[in-house]
Structure formats: structure tokens, C-alpha cells
Design a protein around this ligand. Structure first.
Ligand SMILES: *[C@@H]1O[C@H](CO)[C@@H](O)[C@H](O)[C@H]1NC(C)=O
Ligand SMILES: *[C@@H]1O[C@H](CO)[C@@H](O)[C@H](O)[C@H]1NC(C)=O
Length: 364
């Protein structure tokens, strides 16, 4: 059969990929000849099973699988793998539901210092069991390559965990949010469901559209970590190494490329190398050849800084700022104090130094 030949070819071409437990459980080429079925629930769909189905379809075994959406147990029983429905979590039987009371699985990090506590949804479950194979094949790396392991972890932390948490109703923090966030991937998937009063909407068409949206973002994220995030690490390592030449305090680092993603790396490297005192400011040239001084946040994603630029400079610009700060050539300090600009490197450095001096004078 034509489809069968295609399946065999596929298996030969990726034979360098270490196969997961699932794939070795039966002879792959033979299994791929049979139409595989992925079962999930019907009715409203959510980001978690949409991503779970997308992920499964990246595996050679399920590449051409049909997605069956039903809550009919007899039909689910005929599926080769079932996600997000059925009440069973049993990887040996390819059953990946997370709704049962007894379910408490979380993702295990490869790093001993990291511990995730968010309960998995069907997205995290499938990612946990098959994600490393998928990430390795997208990256064109071996399963055992440290880059695969690092990016597998990062993509959980910066993509999948959010979906797990939202699906399981875990708030991001305690207390009342100050405003609504309505554009997360989970929100967007929910919005792709047919409206209640749309009578003839084809749910499967909507589901497949959601899979494309989620899948594209997942792929982009994995490739971003490979192409942009990873190469930035060395720049941050270098900047941290030279920080005392930049300023004896060790609290200012100069990045050779301003647009690079430095935050994650800075936090990781500080921890790995026990850097103390923590770095407060990052200085870099912007695209116009001016210089920026940017504050390091207290943690990733926080708008609070380890040390903000002087509060009296915040929201002030140009000559008024130069006059106020006594630093010529100032361009701006953002109203929230997390970033500022000067026409020269020395000017940007001076803005950081004056801020530290002010802190030190207040401390003593
Ligand atoms: C889901 O599938 C079951 C079984 O096929 C059916 O009885 C039910 O009406 C469907 N529910 C929705 C919301 O489509
Ligand atoms: C800030 O930039 C201006 C314009 O280039 C420059 O004249 C000034 O000296 C800079 N500030 C410092 C402290 O170097």
C-alpha cells in the first residue's frame, strides 16, 4: 500500500533517532501500516488536548493518525492512544487522562535544582512522555545531547507549564489581578471553539485549526531556543566575566549585543557561578548607536527591579533629565524606571553609577 511505503521510508530516514519506549513496543513499520487512532473528548476543546494531539502527530507512529473525538468509552477503547478523557493514566496502555482524583503527576526537571509542582494536563503528560523525542527531532539533535535536554526543560517552563496550570485551574499568584489577561494561547484556543449559537459549525474543522495555531507556536518556541536563545548564552558569559573591568562594583555588565535574550542566562549563570553581589544593570548599544542602561528584574517576568533607576529621573527626558541628573546627553528614563538612555556609553554607565551611589548613601 502507498501509505505503508511512506511510513517505512519515514522510519528509515529517522532511524538515527533513539526511539521512545512507546515506539519499541511493537515493530514500527508494521504498526504504521495500520491506521492509527488518537482518541480525545468531543465537545468544547481546550489548549491541553489540542497540544497533546499536535505533539503526538509529530511522532512517526502517529504522524498519519486519525483523531477521534468522542466520550463513548467503547469507541475510545478502539483507539491506539487516548488523551484527556477515559479516566485512566497508564503509559503502558497509552492512556493519558489527568482528570481522575488520584492523578498527581508533575514534570520532573533534568536539573537537580529545579522542581515543578504544577499538576500536568494532557499537554504536559504527552510532553513528559514523548516531548524529548519530539524536541530532539525538531532540533536535529540526539536525545542525549545536552542541548536537547536543556531546551526540553526550557520549553516546559516557558510554554507547556502555563497550559497545564491554566487547565488545572492553578492561579499564577494569590490575590486579585489588577487586570485581565485574555490573549494567552489557552484563551485563543478557547475562542476557536464554535460559539454556542453557531448551529452548523464543524467542530472538527475548528479543532484542526486550533491544532495548527498551537503547533505553529510550539515549533516556533523550540526553534527560538535553538536559534536565538542558546547563541546568546556566550555573550552573557563574556559580559559577566568582564563585569569588574566595566565597573569595580561588579554590579554592571556590558552586553556586546543589546537585542539578545540575556535574562534567563543571567539568572542561570549567576546561580551556577555563585555571583555576588547580583548584577543590577545591563548596558548595551541600541539600534541608533545610543546607549541603554537596563535594570535586572528581581525574577524572570517580574516588573520589579533589583535596583531601579533613580525615582526622580523616571519619566523625564532629554535636557530636563540631563539637568536633573547632572549627566549630559541623557535621552530618557522610562516612567517605571526599568530602562534609560544616554547618547554615549559613559553616559549610560554614569546613570547606573549614580543610582548605585544614591542607594549606598541611603544605606549608610
Ligand atoms: C460527544 O460524543 C457522545 C458519544 O458519541 C455523544 O453522545 C455526545 O452528544 C457528544 N457530545 C457533544 C457535546 O458533542
Ligand atoms: C551622554 O551623551 C552625551 C551626548 O553624546 C555626551 O555629551 C555626554 O557626555 C554623555 N554623558 C556622559 C556622562 O558621558
Amino acid at each position: 500500500m502507498h501509505s505503508c511505503k511512506k511510513a517505512i521510508l519515514l522510519f528509515t530516514s529517522i532511524s538515527w533517532l533513539p526511539v521512545s519506549k512507546h515506539m519499541t513496543s511493537s515493530p514500527p513499520a508494521k504498526k504504521a501500516c495500520i491506521e492509527m487512532k488518537i482518541g480525545t473528548h468531543n465537545g468544547s476543546f481546550h489548549c491541553d488536548e489540542v497540544l497533546a494531539c499536535f505533539l503526538l502527530k509529530q511522532l512517526p507512529t502517529y504522524k498519519d493518525a486519525e483523531i477521534i473525538r468522542t466520550r463513548d468509552q467503547k469507541v475510545l477503547d478502539t483507539c491506539d492512544i487516548v488523551v484527556d478523557v477515559g479516566g485512566i493514566f497508564d503509559p503502558s496502555k497509552n492512556r493519558y487522562d489527568h482528570h481522575q482524583k488520584t492523578f498527581t503527576e508533575t514534570m520532573k526537571s533534568l536539573l537537580p535544582t529545579k522542581k515543578w509542582t504544577t499538576k500536568l494536563s494532557s499537554a504536559g503528560l504527552v510532553y513528559c512522555h514523548f516531548g524529548k523525542d519530539i524536541v530532539a527531532s525538531i532540533l536535529e539533535k540526539l536525545l542525549t545531547d545536552p542541548i536537547t535536554e536543556t531546551i526540553f526543560d526550557k520549553v516546559y517552563e516557558h510554554f507547556v507549564e502555563e497550559i497545564d496550570a491554566i487547565d488545572n485551574g492553578v492561579n499564577q499568584f494569590d490575590g486579585e489581578p489588577r487586570y485581565q489577561i485574555t490573549t494567552t494561547l489557552s484563551n485563543r484556543v478557547r475562542n476557536l471553539n464554535p460559539n454556542w449559537n453557531e448551529e452548523n459549525a464543524d467542530e472538527m474543522v475548528c479543532f484542526l485549526k486550533a491544532m495548527r495555531v498551537v503547533g505553529e507556536e510550539f515549533m516556533d518556541r523550540v526553534l527560538y531556543y535553538k536559534k536565538a536563545w542558546l547563541p546568546a548564552r556566550q555573550l552573557v558569559v563574556d559580559a559577566i566575566e568582564k563585569r569588574k573591568e566595566t565597573d569595580p562594583s561588579g554590579e554592571i555588565m556590558v552586553l556586546s549585543s543589546g537585542g539578545c535574550p540575556w535574562r534567563d542566562h543571567l539568572f542561570d549563570i549567576e546561580q551556577e557561578q555563585n555571583i555576588s553581589p547580583p548584577i543590577k544593570f545591563v548596558i548595551y548599544a541600541d539600534s541608533n548607536g545610543n546607549w541603554r542602561v537596563q535594570c535586572v528584574p528581581v525574577r524572570i517576568g517580574s516588573f520589579e527591579n533589583r535596583l531601579s533607576l533613580l525615582s526622580e529621573w523616571q519619566g523625564v527626558r532629554d535636557d530636563a533629565l540631563s539637568k536633573l541628573s547632572g549627566i549630559p546627553g541623557c535621552i530618557f528614563v522610562h516612567a517605571s524606571g526599568f530602562i534609560g538612555g544616554n547618547k554615549t556609553f559613559e553616559g549610560a554607565m554614569e546613570m547606573a553609577r549614580k543610582t548605585m551611589k544614591d542607594r549606598d548613601s541611603k544605606a549608610s
